[in-house]
Design a protein around this ligand. Structure first.
Ligand SMILES: CC(C)(COP(=O)(O)OP(=O)(O)OC[C@H]1O[C@@H](n2cnc3c(N)ncnc32)[C@H](O)[C@@H]1OP(=O)(O)O)[C@@H](O)C(=O)NCCC(=O)NCCS
Length: 174
């Protein structure tokens, strides 16, 4: 089953999570514009061309060694793109590392929480058992709030980029 794991369309009360495609690049370049988004995650606003190249690489879907699957969804609300969620899934293990970004204009309305919850529920259904992890800059309070909303807790461990590792408070036994 794991070899065929692919992002699928997910719907929530308010949002649609569309599997990422290169065709999302132009609209997402507008969603990801500005500087605030990059305060804790680094980098800068991509052009549509850069984003198209990135999305083409991401939609390959697996790492070269085929140990990981990359699942990406564009968050859509009322027919427009507002952000994305992603999961890096171990093919032969329980760990799915998740992340979320919502365009500045669309933040503070629960979109990241709703989208990430739906993604995690999908992962639990499609690729059990699931141990959810996330890497969050210690000062990134909105992202920490989203992680808490998902039931993740901070571990106190920092990675090489200075981001703290968060994980399920009750990881599944395999
Ligand atoms: C993190 C991010 C995705 C949140 O998106 P969002 O749609 O605004 O998130 P939600 O509305 O679901 O939830 C935001 C939470 O942050 C809280 N929050 C917002 N600003 C805050 C602040 N300055 N301090 C503390 N909490 C804050 C909100 O109260 C809410 O928590 P609650 O659900 O417990 O009330 C968005 O801020 C973002 O894209 N940031 C830039 C990219 C980024 O840092 N991504 C995370 C990588 S780990």
């Amino acid at each position: 089953m794991t070899g065929t794991l692919r992002a699928e369309l997910i719907t929530t009360d308010r949002l649609t999570l569309e599997p990422l495609g290169v065709h999302h690049a132009a609209e997402m370049a507008q969603v990801l514009a500005g500087t605030a988004i990059y305060r804790y995650i680094g980098g800068q606003a991509p052009t549509a061309e850069i984003l198209a190249a990135r999305y083409a690489a991401q939609t390959v879907g697996t790492s070269a060694d085929r140990r990981e699957v990359w699942l990406n969804w564009i968050i859509r609300e009322q027919g427009r793109s507002i952000g994305f969620v992603q999961a890096t899934v171990e093919l032969e293990g329980p760990t799915s590392d998740v992340a979320w970004v919502v365009g500045e204009a669309f933040q503070g309305r629960g979109a990241a929480t709703e989208a990430a919850r739906a993604m995690v529920a999908w992962l639990r259904r499609r690729h059990p058992p699931v141990r959810i992890t996330a890497s969050i800059h210690p000062e990134n309070l909105p992202s920490a709030a989203v992680a808490r909303n998902l039931g993740l807790t901070p571990t106190g461990r920092l990675d090489a980029d200075g981001e703290e590792q968060w994980e399920d408070s009750t990881p599944p036994t395999t």
